[in-house]
Design a protein around this ligand. Sequence first.
Ligand code: HPA
Ligand code: ZN
Length: 330
Amino acid sequence: PTLLDFIQRLPKAELHLHIEGTLEPELIFQLAQRNGIALPYASIDALRAAYQFEDLQSFLDLYYAGASVLITENDFYDMTMAYMRRAQQDGIVHAEIMFDPQTHTQRGVSIQTVFSGIARALREMRNTAGISSYLILSFLRHLSEEEAQTTLTAALALREQYADLWLAIGLDSAERGNPPEKFARVYARCKELGFRLTAHAGEEGPASYVRDALDLLQVERVDHGVRSEEDPALMQRLINDAIPLTVCPLSNLKLCVVDDMQQHNLARMLQQGALVTVNSDDPAYFGGYVADNYLACAEYLNLGRKELAELARNSLLASFLPANEKDHHL
Ligand code: HPA
Ligand code: ZN
């Protein structure tokens, strides 16, 4: 089989995926029309042409603008179904999906609408395609601790209703200037409540943010974490404790975290024994879904089929699935 076939046939989990980052320009235009929203772009192509980012913030501005077309339960359902069908093509057997309720509640969309539309699609795909999924409710780190607490309280009213899906907490948005310590009390509360914990750290922020995510937030997995290498002792700790890193190569390239793909440290970290995984982050904005990210690693980092299989295996190991379900896929 071709390399793409080989990659697509590897059973794998997607662990770092923002559902709002899967809104393709076509769907943004469709939803805008359906909801009577005017977009500041003349065409689908004009919108896609604007996807040239110089850093995380320049991306976030367009990502939040894109998400503003999501109004109804059906909108969240359609977005999630489109992603899940695409994930199925790439051989995803399990997806742990981040969503940002604050992006929507700030615009007057109820948190129930957000949960309901996403969950309906995930349950349908579980029942019809056998793809399992979990939800990672993520707080926006540019907003205050108090706003995160309020969002958590509102979401907890729905916990029973979505207990089959919502089992984890994440932290995303602008990293620099919004260190992990800002959310230490929110994370302590989430841990007390029994949630699994992850957080973005070491994407644009320094290695010390990765250390603080571990020590102050007690995360069990780190999203991105590519700057951990700047602190060799931290890197050794990640290896020794088998703390997964959910790395997103094409994202790192598009947001100028790396200057070119050949310079990405994913292969080096894998070689050193770190539990690295390959993920797509915001595929509609970064020009590739998960198989494209594996392909880029193969092409630019000289990873062979053995290493690609190891990365796929790591994704299942690093998932929040119970041991018996991991074994079933491995
Ligand atoms: N980093 C931080 N916040 C985000 C990202 C990311 O890559 N994608 C969506 N929100
Ligand atoms: Zn991310």
